[in-house]
Design a protein around this ligand. Structure first.
Ligand code: GLY
Length: 384
């Protein structure tokens, strides 16, 4: 099936980093694109994440997903440069390595084993002893026993990226329809027709559903096209720390620490299956603080400046759902779970190539069709 955008617009439902990256890629390739969101662009999970770019440190065991994540990580510097170039906005990208810490001998053994696997994959890394770990990351507690630094991993400032990507889209000719009310898809029995909102109907030859955890609940989405996504809440907090106090992104038991150049230290994140509920709870924040202070007791003196929560779009097998659905022209780009920010560049490229050429071969591992009816029905019941 070929979806040629010539002769028809492309609509993207969802102005998160995934939807915006797709819109930007399509617009740069000459498509006429509209993005619809019921809120401002780059909110929800795109705003709530820490922006960690960490496929190895996250210990993704699915080799096919790991390969997609590492491909996207490799695309990041050029992706950010293109967004900067089009928007004129700077985006903080730091890929100087993530420090994965061990505080006991069992964890140190696990890191040594991980280092052997990284060596087999040809991934640059370093095993550090206690002294070298403390030299690399002096904020850690003296009881640290060692660490594994995975080179080339790090973070992007996802909030800056969201602002820049929205501006880059508009500079490339994308129309972003913000705070759209009554958003709905329109389909006939065979294909998608377009997107309706309170502002009227917008015909489109291709519609990409990129609405994160909400992707299954867009009115008008045919049941057989609904992705089995489910929200997974992540709570986070930020501390105000002196610049350089935490030098690099650090993975510790029960929490990760992500420093920003503006002096914030992001501490994340819980993973809670509590439905569409975004409350920050005492228990959630206590768990994060306990884990952060166990790893780096010196953080205890700093102010908490922000707490928040967001919903990751969970998927039954933790792989995203990308590409066609049973209705012609209706595409999915959702279910990225813990890796949405990381996977934005490669998702944009895969979807744009599919829209241009209609060849779904590269999308086979991510096809909605991999889930049987039972999985999709169970997801719908879980959501109700
Ligand atoms: N990728 C980090 C998280 O989802 O918490």
């Amino acid at each position: 099936m070929t979806i040629a955008w010539q002769g028809g617009d492309v609509a993207v439902v969802g102005a998160g980093l995934i939807g915006l990256a797709i819109a930007f890629e399509l617009a740069e390739r000459g498509a006429h694109v509209r993005v619809f969101d019921r809120a401002e662009p780059a909110r929800a999970a795109s705003w709530a994440g820490a922006g960690m770019l960490a496929p190895y440190t996250e210990r993704i065991e699915d080799e096919v997903l790991l390969a997609l994540c590492t491909e996207s990580l490799a695309m990041y510097p050029q992706f950010v440069a293109r967004v900067r170039g089009a928007s004129g906005f700077d985006v903080e990208l730091a890929l100087e390595g993530i420090v994965n810490t061990a505080f006991d001998s069992a964890k140190l053994d696990a890191l040594r084993e991980h280092a052997r696997e990284l060596a087999q994959h040809g991934v640059a890394h370093e095993l550090l002893d206690r002294e070298a770990t403390l030299a690399a990351q002096p904020a850690l507690g003296r009881h640290v026993v060692g660490s594994l630094v995975v080179r080339g991993e790090g973070y992007v400032d996802n909030r800056q990226l969201g602002r820049a990507l929205a501006a880059a889209c508009e500079a490339a000719g994308v129309t972003i329809v913000r705070e759209a009310r009554d958003l709905a898809l329109e389909c006939d029995a065979r294909r998608v027709l377009g997107v309706r909102s309170e502002r009227g109907f917008c015909a489109a030859s291709a519609v990409v559903v990129a609405a994160g955890a909400w992707s299954a609940s867009i009115p008008g989405l045919p049941p057989e096209c609904a992705p089995p996504v489910a929200p997974v809440k992540g709570q986070m907090l930020a501390l105000a720390i002196p610049r350089g106090f935490v030098r690099r992104t650090t993975w510790a038991p029960g929490a990760y620490l992500v420093p920003r150049e503006d002096g914030r230290l992001l501490v994340g994140a819980t993973a809670e299956h509590v439905g569409f509920e975004e409350r920050v709870t005492a228990l959630g924040i206590r768990k994060l603080l306990d884990a952060a202070l166990a790893a780096a007791p010196a953080l205890g003196d700093f102010s908490i400046t922000e707490t928040w929560a967001g919903l990751r779009p969970g998927s039954p097998d933790e792989r995203p759902m990308l590409g066609p659905t049973p209705r012609e022209g209706l595409l999915l780009a959702t279910g990225h779970y813990r890796n949405g920010i990381l996977l934005a560049p490669v998702t944009a490229r895969l979807i744009a190539e599919y829209v241009a050429h209609g060849d779904a071969a590269a999308l086979a591992p991510w096809a909605l069709a991999r889930f049987g009816k039972e999985v999709r029905d169970a997801a719908r019941i879980g959501e109700a």
